[in-house]
Design a protein around this ligand. Structure first.
Ligand SMILES: *Cc1c(COP(=O)(O)O)cnc(C)c1O
Length: 232
């Protein structure tokens, strides 16, 4: 099942890249394994997947304790300040930076571990009340404010687009996120050179790729429906 799903996702990614005139190598598939057992992750690993996404700190810690192979783990979910301390050395990138306290804590904990953490700024492109993330107009002042943090590498922007049956309806948000990234790069803020756009999930990753995604985060499309009862 996972193997067949991955073949479909890979095929869709290739087609979207082709349509957009992009190289397949410009897009990284993050297999979102939240709520899924280690056995599922191992199946994906057997198919060559090495990049995984989780949205809970405890779950990343449990899974990385169990799976010792060298993989890239991305923290893609909302992050509480008091849990940041568990991530340096465990997660290679945090996609969900959306407030100053969180950025300060990532700076502090990364410094403690003597490493520089790759981070993305989460943007709530559709202004949904139910979602985390900065509104688009808050992003530039925020990036300027945290640009001097020496243990943060602000790699780019992330968005979670609205849930929809029609992926085309999210195209404007993906376009908007790309535009915001380009605008920030044009400002030449010291230490800030964005090369990453994390956008697109099972329902809309092809459209996101057409609009410039460099990371797509696909869960259901690879592992099937989630059962949240599996999570403590
Ligand atoms: C769960 C999740 C995904 C994957 O969602 P699917 O629709 O199952 O592909 C992507 N990004 C984030 C931030 C998530 O929490």
């Amino acid at each position: 099942m996972i193997k067949e799903n991955l073949a479909i996702v890979e095929d869709n990614i290739r087609k979207a890249c082709e349509k957009a005139g992009r190289e397949r190598s410009e897009v990284t598939l993050i297999a979102v394994s939240k709520t899924k057992p280690v056995s599922d992750i191992r199946q994906a690993m057997e198919c060559g997947i090495t990049v995984f996404g989780e949205n809970k700190v405890q779950e990343i810690r449990d899974k990385t304790a169990e799976i010792k192979e060298p993989l890239s783990w991305h923290m893609i979910g909302h992050l509480q300040v008091n849990k940041v301390k568990y991530l340096p050395g465990v997660a290679c990138m945090i996609h969900s930076v959306d407030n100053l306290k969180l950025a300060q804590e990532i700076e502090k904990q990364s410094a403690k571990h003597d490493l520089v953490m790759d981070v993305l700024i989460e943007v709530n492109m559709a202004h949904e009340d139910t979602k985390f993330g900065l509104s688009p107009q808050e992003v530039i002042p925020f990036v300027k404010e945290i640009s001097s943090y020496e243990h943060l590498n602000i790699r780019g922007l992330m968005t979670i687009a609205p849930y929809t049956e029609d992926p085309e309806s999210n195209r404007e948000y993906f376009k908007g996120l790309k535009g915001l990234k380009d605008e920030i790069n044009a400002l030449n803020i010291p230490r800030v050179k964005m090369d990453t756009l994390s956008m697109g999930m099972t329902g809309d990753y092809q459209v996101a790729i057409e609009e410039g995604a460099t990371f797509v985060r696909v869960g259901t499309g690879i592992f099937g429906e989630r059962d949240y009862a599996n999570i403590k």
